[in-house]
Write a protein that binds this ligand. Sequence first.
Ligand SMILES: [Zn+2]
Ligand SMILES: [Zn+2]
Ligand SMILES: [Zn+2]
Length: 341
Amino acid sequence: MGASADRRNGFRRWHVPPTDVRIVTSDGQSIPAHSTVLASSSSVLERMLDRSRILHILGVPHDSVVAFVRLLYSSRSTTSAREAREEMERHGMALLALSHAYRVRWLKRRCEAGLAAWLSAARAIDVLKLARLCDAPRLHQRCLRLVAEDFAAVQESEGWRFVQKHDPSLELEVLQFLQETAQRRKRWKRERADQAMYRQLSEAMDCLQHICTEGCTDVGPHNSRRPDNPCMSFNTCEGLQLHIRHFATCGRKLQEAGKTCTHCKRMWQLFRLHSSLCDQPASCRIPLCKQFKEKMQEEKVDKTWRLLAKKVAIARVMSSLANREVPQAVHKSWMRCRGRR
Ligand SMILES: [Zn+2]
Ligand SMILES: [Zn+2]
Ligand SMILES: [Zn+2]
């Protein structure tokens, strides 16, 4: 088809200038290229082109250099997800090394994201080493996290065996990360257990309040059942009622420390905790509230107890926030929002 035919069809054939650079790869093969494309893509290549029109890109397979040059030509233009995935699977590591060495930032970001997305236990250590060399902190963290998640599989990989034999510093880094992760998990677990305990105590404080003031069941002083408004913390409430009944009749509740029965001891602590949180001791109907308040004013309360009371108070606020009623307007707009999805 001639130029006039192209014009008639509404197309214009672009004139492609001849290539003026030769890229030589590790196996001696050449890739023809245009200096303008290479120089505009990479400042490193631009400086190399000032010295010579034959560039040596070594250390990675020929195919990977071809993929690198092809990407420089396509620049930021979008490739399909399938193409991108194939490119990353075949050349991802080499492309990361090349984009780092030749300072092609957009390609480096794409490689980091691609390698992180398709990371596997078998490749994790190799990619980790590369991420270290190429100054790719996010990819480095992603690799370490995967190693921690699936260390059993990583241990089977060729990469890990190599590190154990030849790279003690990386082995130490990985093992330290594993230890820190285990400690962090342990801490989180402990904190979660503590939070559950504070929530339980805050629930117990609420139940104590309504047992003794409103008469949640036959335990409270007013004995007014509330069939229209049943207690939402039935288990806690029931347990507390049993403890209160026991406390009222137990003959060992007033014995000196060490001899008090455990149920009574627990009840003493709950009454004391209530008193620490109560802001109306004068009119309060919870047993011993006033007495504990006076005792606390006379004697200095220890730090651990103060901290416990503070944590329970916070848990109480949090649970009241979580249980508050959502205003009608907010509820309606939320339902509208869900309907639009
Ligand atoms: Zn109750
Ligand atoms: Zn007892
Ligand atoms: Zn009170």
